[in-house]
Ligand binder design. Structure first.
Ligand code: HEM
Length: 330
């Protein structure tokens, strides 16, 4: 090491210490033995390690804030565990449900007659919402549990690439997700207002638990209304907190930003668990259900068993339209 580089190192050390010293020196003995991280935090209590800055952003003067440590612990431990419990727990419950109840069949069998359930615009909104949500959920989950689950399995290089692209996808796919969320609110809110038909549906457990039980329902039953409102309110909470995280300058202080981040992660974990249950019932869990969002047309017997009142409404509208065509205006 040349004299010049030694001088430079010494100068940097003096500068760094002078930045920390004003706040720390009041409470900590700046000797070798006390200046290790744990001792420093113990001595500081909740006071931050700060120096002085002359630029307008006073936050730039903070080297370490102990409260950020508790936020990091909340991330690394509590939210980490909660996210895993929510997702794995729901998958375990559904696997158990499948073992006990099996696939919910069309009791009266396929009729071969079709009835239009969702038009192309509704299906476009649903699949935009669904694909963006699934990618957002997986890339978000990677931020919380990736380091402990993905990194050991696939190694640093793969985890690094996945996380970099995942973050970009997360930031950009949030926008089509929000647009699709607005679309499903506009398209379906009218069918999701709770009414007294829902009480009967709930009383009979939605017919999900026993074979041959089919409580009447209109376009959406009480279970679907629960999914709809969870997606809409949860999605709105995720959108608001997500925008705050994307634009931290709008979020307020660092503590506000941490609050938004915690709510974002909690709502995401809860909504992911709910959506996993929805995906199960809309695919492998119920015979004939997927067609509603696949081709848009469902079997008439399926519709009569799960949405009898809606079938009556559709038939009544069709009859009215046929009569109008048959009686031309004078
Ligand atoms: C592969 C994944 C998915 C499949 C197979 C699926 C399937 C379905 C089906 C078949 C329906 C119509 C049910 C009916 O006819 O009554 C539906 C409705 C709906 N889906 Fe999905 N879906 C998926 C993912 C998602 C995701 C990720 C979300 C939201 C984030 C979502 C939100 C909704 C909502 C709000 C409804 C209307 C309410 C309801 O039927 O529960 N779906 N989905």
């Amino acid at each position: 090491m040349t004299i010049f580089s030694r001088l430079l190192t010494a100068l940097s050390l003096v500068l760094a210490l002078s930045l920390i010293a004003p706040a720390a020196s009041a409470q900590v003995n700046p000797t070798e033995s006390s200046v290790n991280e744990d001792a420093l935090f113990q001595a500081l209590g909740t006071s931050p390690v700060a120096g002085r800055v002359t630029i307008p952003d006073a936050n730039a003067g903070y080297l370490i804030k102990p409260e950020n440590k508790s936020w990091a612990a909340l991330q690394g431990q509590t939210l980490h565990t909660l996210s895993i419990v929510a997702v794995v727990g729901m998958i375990a419950i559904l696997a158990l449900f499948y073992l006990i109840r099996g696939k919910i069949r069309i009791d009266s069998g396929w009729s071969g007659r079709k009835i239009l359930r969702f038009n192309a615009i509704e299906r476009f909104a649903h699949w935009t919402l669904a694909t963006t949500f699934i990618i957002l959920a997986l890339t978000g989950l990677n931020l919380i549990i990736g380091k402990s689950v993905i990194l050991p399995l696939f190694g640093e290089a793969a985890f690094g690439t996945l996380s970099t692209w995942g973050k970009i996808a997360h930031n950009y796919l949030a926008w089509p997700f929000m647009a699709a969320l607005v679309m499903i609110v506009l398209l379906w809110i009218i069918h999701n207002v709770p009414n007294k038909v829902d009480l009967e549906w709930i009383k009979q457990g939605g017919g999900l638990l026993k074979k041959g039980v089919h409580p009447p329902a209109r376009k959406f039953n009480a279970g679907q209304k629960l999914i709809f409102w969870s997606v809409v309110l949860g999605g709105a909470a995720l959108s608001y907190t997500g925008i705050m995280l994307l634009f931290p300058a709008e979020a307020g202080t660092a503590a506000d930003w941490q609050f938004y981040q915690t709510i974002h992660a909690l709502v995401a974990a809860a909504l992911s668990a709910i959506v996993i249950a929805h995906i199960y019932i809309g695919s492998v869990g119920m015979e004939g259900a997927f067609d509603a969002m696949g081709s848009g047309e469902v079997d008439e017997n399926w519709a009569k068993e799960h949405h009898a009142l809606w079938v009556e409404e559709v038939k009544a509208t069709q009859d009215r339209n046929t009569k109008q065509v048959a009686t031309p205006a004078e």
